[in-house]
Structures are given as C-alpha cells and as structure tokens.
Design a protein around this ligand. Structure first.
Ligand code: FES
Length: 84
C-alpha cells in the first residue's frame, strides 16, 4: 500500500478499504480506535495531538501508534489492532 506524502496511514488505508481499520472519530484524534503496531520501518514523528491522546489512553508501548496521526516514510510494516 502506498502512502502519498502528507497523507496519514489511516487515509491511505481508507482509500483502499475503509473496512480494514476501525476509526470511530474519522481521524480526528479523539477515539484511539485506529491503533496499529509498528513492526518495522520509520513511522514518522509523533505530533502533540497523538502524544496527548496516547497519554489519555495510557498507551505506553512505543510501537503502538495512531494510524490517523501517522505520516510514515516508506517501507513501514504495521499490524492493525482491533479495538476491544
Ligand atoms: S481515528 Fe480516532 S483517534 Fe484515530
């Protein structure tokens, strides 16, 4: 799957298959349901909104990121985490 520059991982996934990932807030960085586990590659820097929501949701594992906030570089491999 290709992610164009400036596009979030969630946007790239949604273009191909919106049903592949849960994103209850539609990418507004409110719900935390768009979690992915980074398996390899550079997920890109974490912005303040993502860092804030991660703290609120007590996400401490650095490999877990929010797909709607990630603007990854090339060569990223992730596993989509289904919300509980
Ligand atoms: S879609 Fe809601 S936080 Fe990412």
């Amino acid at each position: 799957m290709d992610v164009t520059p400036g596009q979030s991982l969630f946007e790239a996934i949604a273009v191909q298959d919106r049903g592949m990932i849960t994103a209850l807030c539609g990418g507004c960085c409110i719900c935390g349901t768009c979690r992915v586990r980074v398996l390899s590659g550079d997920p890109g820097p974490m912005g303040p909104d993502e860092a804030h929501l991660r703290r609120q949701l007590d996400i401490t594992d650095p490999a877990i990121r929010l797909a709607c906030q990630m603007r990854p570089a090339t060569g990223l491999r992730v596993e989509i985490i289904e919300p509980e």
